[in-house]
Design a protein around this ligand. Structure first.
Ligand code: F6P
Length: 322
């Protein structure tokens, strides 16, 4: 290994910069040449390369977003696009690639390995926390904190006006953000991505709360496949059950902001580990966080979306929101 490249792909997440910094500095410390690829796989196909130095990653630890920028790249999903990408990497004598991103980005990296034997390492960076076989992904902790702070503020006004609020959080098909935010804000109900909405239960819970003196209710709604799902929830609650509510879609605010200490720690450790793995010739791998430590797993173990999980937390939500 002499020259390695790194890119961020898919939805950005707070802490990606910490991973970029760790990869660049570890590589330079080990006498490797790090090449940043701007704009993810799209930038790879455009040869949008940035030879990085120690100072390129100075003072970015605390910055949200990613200095490398990110993208979603339909061309790379095609075999021809990946062949072009592999040829470009070979042309630039790049010996290994670190991909920071979610499950879609990992699948792209896996295909580069399978089809062209490009040494790849995946570093899980997504607010959704939905990558198989890692307990945490970079950005999740910050996104949850951002959402919790927003819901706390909404609770203030909800209490003043004795209102019900529906708050939609990100996560696509993952329940993780909704679950954590719901538990941490004492939400009265959480609607998960795969759920058929149980209107009777929601309305029953809210009425019971009001009867025992509650003056506000919060329903956390996971966005599911398409953002905006909560509009239907609000409209049905109003039209069918006469329940008035206000709606707030937190949206991309959850993707920004300065990374939490946990995300900085996780990203720095994973970035460091990714370079060591390439140097040791251990690939294709993903860095993961399991049982309290950062370690690695075969990349093939981390290609699936975790989907629905942790049913015991659903019991916890029910137990605490009586
Ligand atoms: O995967 C991260 C994520 O923020 C999801 O939670 C969300 O559904 C999606 O990206 C939004 O994507 P985009 O920014 O492309 O609209």
């Amino acid at each position: 290994m002499k020259k390695i490249a790194l890119l961020c792909s898919g939805g950005d997440s707070p802490g990606m910069n910490c991973a970029v910094r760790a990869i660049v500095r570890t590589a330079i410390g080990k006498n490797l040449e790090p090449i940043g690829i701007r704009r993810g796989y799209a930038g790879l196909l455009e040869e949008n390369f940035w030879p990085m130095e120690i100072s390129s990653v100075g003072n970015i630890l605390q910055q949200g977003g990613t200095i490398l920028q990110s993208s979603r790249c339909p061309e790379f999903k095609e075999k021809a696009g990946r062949k072009k990408a592999a040829d470009i990497l070979k042309k630039h004598s790049i010996d290994g690639l670190v991909v920071i991103g979610g499950d879609g980005s990992f699948n792209g990296a896996w295909a580069l390995w399978e089809e062209h034997k490009i040494p790849v390492i995946g570093v899980p960076g997504t607010i959704d926390n939905d990558i198989d076989n890692t307990d945490y992904t970079i950005g999740f902790d910050t996104a949850v904190q951002t959402a919790v702070e927003a819901v706390d503020k909404i609770r203030d006004t909800a209490s003043s006006h004795e209102r019900t609020f529906i708050i939609e959080v990100m996560g696509r098909n993952s329940s993780a953000i909704a679950m954590h935010v719901g538990i941490c804000t004492g939400a009265e109900n959480i609607v998960f991505p795969a759920d058929e909405v149980d209107y009777e239960q929601i309305v029953g819970d809210i009425k019971r709360g009001v009867a025992r003196g509650k003056n506000s209710s919060i329903i956390i709604c996971a966005e599911g496949k398409i953002s905006g799902r909560s509009y239907e929830l609000q409209s049905t609650l109003s039209k069918k059950y006469g329940l008035d509510s206000r709606l707030c879609i937190l949206g991309h605010v959850q993707r920004g902001g300065s990374p939490s200490a946990i995300d900085r720690f996780l990203a720095s450790s994973m970035g460091y580990q990714s370079v060591l793995s390439l140097i040791e010739g251990n690939y294709p791998l993903a860095t993961v966080f399991n049982e309290g430590v950062v370690t690695t797993r075969p990349l093939s173990d981390c290609l699936k979306n975790k989907g629905e999980y942790l049913p015991h937390y659903i019991d916890l939500v029910k137990a605490l929101s009586i």
